[in-house]
Design a protein around this ligand. Sequence first.
Ligand code: C5P
Length: 204
Amino acid sequence: MAFTIAIDGPAAAGKGTISKAVAAHFGYAHLDTGLLYRATGARMLDGLDPLEAARALVPDDLKREGLRSADVARAASQVAALPEVRRALVDFQRAFARRAGGAVLDGRDIGTVICPEAEVKLFVTASDAVRAERRHAELTAYDPEVTLESVLADLRERDARDSARATAPLKPAEDAQLIDTTDMDIKAAVAAAIAIVTARQDEV
Ligand code: C5P
């Protein structure tokens, strides 16, 4: 049976960690849809046309090294503002979402555009300062020189572009349940998500 969990929210709010943990808990497949845009952005930085890159994506591209870097994140958010690029990635995401056995997808537009019929929709947020601290801790693994100020500026720039774009902007679905992880540790955030999913599973 298909059961889709859509998890959206801004960068570094904790949706990736929550999604992985929720998928593992319920035995569902997980797709980090940001990787589709990051892989497309990385190919654009290689010099390819972004639309051709999006159309030619294969699953192995999502395993490419360096997709978590700040440069690729910026490129991802640029290609993600192109409606044709988004369109090229829709079918893959919808097929993944409705696969048998359950699926968790995290991104920006899963509950609003990709899967408006998802059984569970979560919108995960946290304050700018907390999100920047978390992303800074991750990025120093690649680049020990990166500063908290530059990470905060990058996050704000990316969120502003993701929220302002005309096609599939970052925003909660009307029926999404909000999880604000500002004052939560990861265990509490995962527990909150699992409780919401469990309650919904009892209804369907
Ligand atoms: O989630 P992540 O930070 O990896 O996403 C990278 C970029 O990809 C985002 O800033 C956003 O521009 C784009 N994205 C999107 N829609 C999604 C997932 C990611 O536009 N569903």
